[in-house]
Design a protein around this ligand. Structure first.
Ligand code: C2E
Ligand code: MG
Ligand code: MG
Ligand code: MG
Length: 284
């Protein structure tokens, strides 16, 4: 009887596995089609505001997928599956091209707003990513400073060897492209690895930037992150700022810039242009 129970459990497990594999394959097929269809994939741009310059210096490009049957699918539901497939390469290329194309007029205007894209470790090894970036910048007549790439701390530190990725990141920073360590505080960075990392700065994960007026622990975590950044000569962006009190707090704690619903929501490019033209003030 026990054996039969075990067998049934295993059959259920096997069935679930198979369903998941089928779901992922269908999703990848749909994504491949989406890439070839105009209008299914879009970018939303979220402002990052510098405290010192008192303005939006750049925006983060966030992928949006409007599936014809399933409606909008959040990136958290398809990017991890994408990352297990070679399709992550053409998708990232698409994001790079579209982001530069859409941001070029804003960079060239008096607003001088640059753009950051999210990349996966796979994008940075085994192919000439830096060459692709140079070509894309040239095509849109943009300087390297107009572009940044973000890589999550968790994904970076999960690499067995940082050698190949570090090489690409060094080539990018040497060329003048900005490099940001995303969701900082959620991965297991060691100081030795951080110190060897060619990066422009850290983006402190939003799990530590909430309720700073009341939450002493979060305040200490932000302060320590800023101290580490200063020690290594890195800039600091606070992510996920939703409240004025936290916006003020991260400024006092020494963050250079902030991002979050208080500063601005992710917006389609035309709405972003309106937002910038309106001479945004945070919270308004
Ligand atoms: P991320 O890079 O850390 O992006 C920030 C996420 O936090 C975005 O979610 C954004 O909409 C959300 N967010 C921003 N401000 C606030 C706030 O004040 N409060 C709250 N609660 N959330 C806020 P989104 O757009 O769903 O993206 C989730 C993740 O998906 C991103 O996290 C990024 O890791 C990944 N992703 C998005 N686009 C791309 C892409 O083009 N390529 C790759 N490889 N990954 C992407
Ligand atoms: Mg990001
Ligand atoms: Mg982030
Ligand atoms: Mg995050």
């Amino acid at each position: 009887d026990h054996a039969r129970h075990m067998f049934q459990q295993f059959a259920v497990f096997e069935n679930e596995m198979e369903l998941r594999v089928q779901h992922n394959l269908a999703l990848l097929g749909d994504l491949r089609r989406a890439l070839a269809t105009e209008g299914e994939l879009k970018l939303a741009y979220q402002p990052v505001r510098s405290f010192e310059q008192r303005r939006v210096t750049h925006v983060e490009a966030l992928l949006r997928w409007d599936h014809p049957q399933q409606g909008r699918i959040p990136p958290g539901d398809f990017v991890p599956i994408l990352e297990q497939s070679s399709l992550i390469q053409p998708i990232t290329d698409w994001v790079l091209q579209r982001a530069l194309e859409e941001i070029a007029p804003l960079w060239k205007s008096s607003a001088r707003v640059g753009v950051c894209i999210n990349v996966s470790p796979q994008n940075l090894v085994g192919r000439d990513f830096v060459g692709a970036v140079r070509k894309a910048l040239a095509r849109h007549d943009l300087p390297p400073e107009a572009l940044g790439v973000e890589l999550t701390e968790t994904q970076l530190m999960a690499q067995e060897s940082l050698g190949p990725i570090t090489e690409t990141l060094r080539a990018l920073t040497n060329a003048g492209v900005k490099v940001w360590l995303d969701d900082f505080g959620t991965g297991a960075s060691t100081l030795i690895r951080l110190q060897q990392l060619p990066a422009t700065g850290l983006k402190i994960d939003r799990s530590f930037t909430q309720d700073l007026a009341e939450n002493r622990r979060n305040r200490d975590l932000v302060r320590i992150s800023v101290d580490i950044a200063r020690l290594l000569g890195l800039e600091v962006i606070a992510e996920g700022i939703e409240e004025k009190s936290d916006y003020d707090a991260v400024s006092v704690l020494g963050c250079d810039a902030s991002q979050g619903y208080f500063v601005g929501h992710p917006l389609p490019i035309d709405k972003l242009a309106d937002f910038l033209r309106a001479g945004e003030t945070p919270g308004s």
